[in-house]
Design a protein around this ligand. Structure first.
Ligand SMILES: O=C(O)CCC(=O)C(=O)O
Length: 267
């Protein structure tokens, strides 16, 4: 059997560990990208048809940042194939330096044009009910992304600064997180905007500061994000937008079919 592996290099893994993010080109084929685009279109239509609220956050400010649809993998086979793609899981496992990785959740993030707001600087881990750090996101571009339509930006090395208070993603000032730091420290932050072709992606650590500008073009900016946690990550009680899935007790390891193992060992 041929193992479908992405040829990630030691230098890319080192870059990720030092900077808290890494760009990887041509991870998906155009057929895989197209299958995800179709699935997202259907999900958007289903959402309208069934008045389905795919995410509990629907305040007006948040809606202008993006349409967020969570855990599509449970309903759309193309998304399931993507989030459980061992090619992606294995990259996540190697970057995290873990024995194995489980899926935490997926979310499609569609930044619609016009009246679009930036995704303000934030860290992800502070919203996640996990005791340990180390979980990471694969942000897959389904359209070519540039500064004009809201590509991601990262502050290299910010994952070493530790967790800060969560930011109100719908209403905060874009720089609210950065202003928590004294001016001399802030002046050393050097954000990097990462433009990508569709089918290329970034991985970022849950503690890395990241941002995406408003979409100033005429077309939607579609991204499919899947979040992986190192096997052995344990549950910490914290309200989260995907709800209290799995009925886990404080300190219990994430396990079971809601958090499938995507690469490597279960524990
Ligand atoms: O796509 C965006 O606008 C932001 C994505 C993000 O914050 C994330 O994937 O953690």
């Amino acid at each position: 059997m041929t193992v479908d592996r992405y040829p990630i290099t030691e230098a890319q893994i080192r870059f990720y560990r030092e900077n808290g993010y890494v760009r990887l080109d041509n991870v998906l084929s155009m057929q895989e990208v197209d299958a995800l685009r179709v699935a997202l279109d259907v999900a958007v239509q289903d959402r309208q048809k069934y008045a389905r609220n795919e995410g509990p956050r629907s305040d007006e400010g948040y809606a202008k940042v993006f349409l967020q649809m969570v855990n599509l993998w449970e309903r759309y086979p193309a998304v399931r194939a993507h989030v459980q793609n061992p090619r992606i899981g294995e990259i996540a496992r190697q970057l995290a330096g873990a024995r194995g990785v489980r899926l935490w959740h997926d979310h499609a993030l569609i930044k619609y044009p016009r009246d679009s707001k930036p995704t303000v600087w934030h860290q992800d881990w502070v919203y996640w009910p996990m005791k340990e750090t180390g979980a990471l996101s694969c942000w897959m571009a389904l359209d070519d992304v540039t500064v004009k339509n809201g590509c991601m930006s990262f502050i290299p090395g910010s994952h070493t600064l530790g967790p800060r208070d969560p930011i109100d993603l719908g209403n905060a000032d874009p720089d609210a997180l950065l202003r928590l730091f004294p001016p001399e420290e802030r002046s050393r932050f050097a954000p990097v905007a990462v433009e990508l072709k569709a089918g290329s992606c970034t991985f970022h650590d849950g503690l890395t500061f990241h941002y995406a500008g408003a979409n100033t073009t005429d077309a939607p900016r579609r991204a499919m994000v899947s979040i992986y946690m190192p096997a052995g990550t344990t549950y910490k009680k914290l309200e989260h937008l995907i709800g209290d899935r799995g009925g886990l007790a404080e300190g219990e390891e994430f396990h079971g079919p809601l958090f499938p193992v995507v690469a490597g060992a279960e524990r």
